[in-house]
Write a protein that binds this ligand. Sequence first.
Ligand code: MN
Length: 206
Amino acid sequence: MTYPFEVEVLPYGYADLSPYLDADILHYHHDKHYATYVEKLNEILKNYPNLQNMTLDELLIKTEELPNEAKTAIKNNAGGVYNHELYFSCMNNNEKEMPTDQLALALNAAFGSIDQFKAELGSAAINQFGSGYAWLILSNGKPEVIATPNQDTPISLTVTPLLCIDVWEHAYYLQYQNRRADYVKNWFNLINWDFVGARYMSLMRK
Ligand code: MN
């Protein structure tokens, strides 16, 4: 996928993640916030034909190829696209509490237990100051929890995100107001472990 980037369809209905996330939130989050990042990224790239054959990953990793005057705008908007697409893909309404198979083994090895992993991810999400994300990443093949501000994206040649939780206020304010911790706690019911597990396996095969 290269320019022009397209808005990915939500892999579930707006109301499907209720009661943990209301339809209103998903509607605005996907159709307005996320879609705007796609539009803005395309607007920028329209002026740079030599960047139009770069994939989203390449725009975020090969930053030395970006023109100085557009570097920040591309980082913010390509990051907004990448982060939201991963965030929406990481959720579903199966209410599967735990990962299985290889990912479960890797999380147990890295964090001691799945519950400890959840505690660390939840704490990173709650304590991220202002807007941003908390992530489960693979760093040189090893699972780690980190948090990033704004639309920063933890992607490089050696680091790849497996899942993320969006803690911008637009991700929860309509339903949870200022109670980010309640949103984070409920969000754990929404993790699409089949998607994250398959992503882990495909990255480990690379
Ligand atoms: Mn968002």
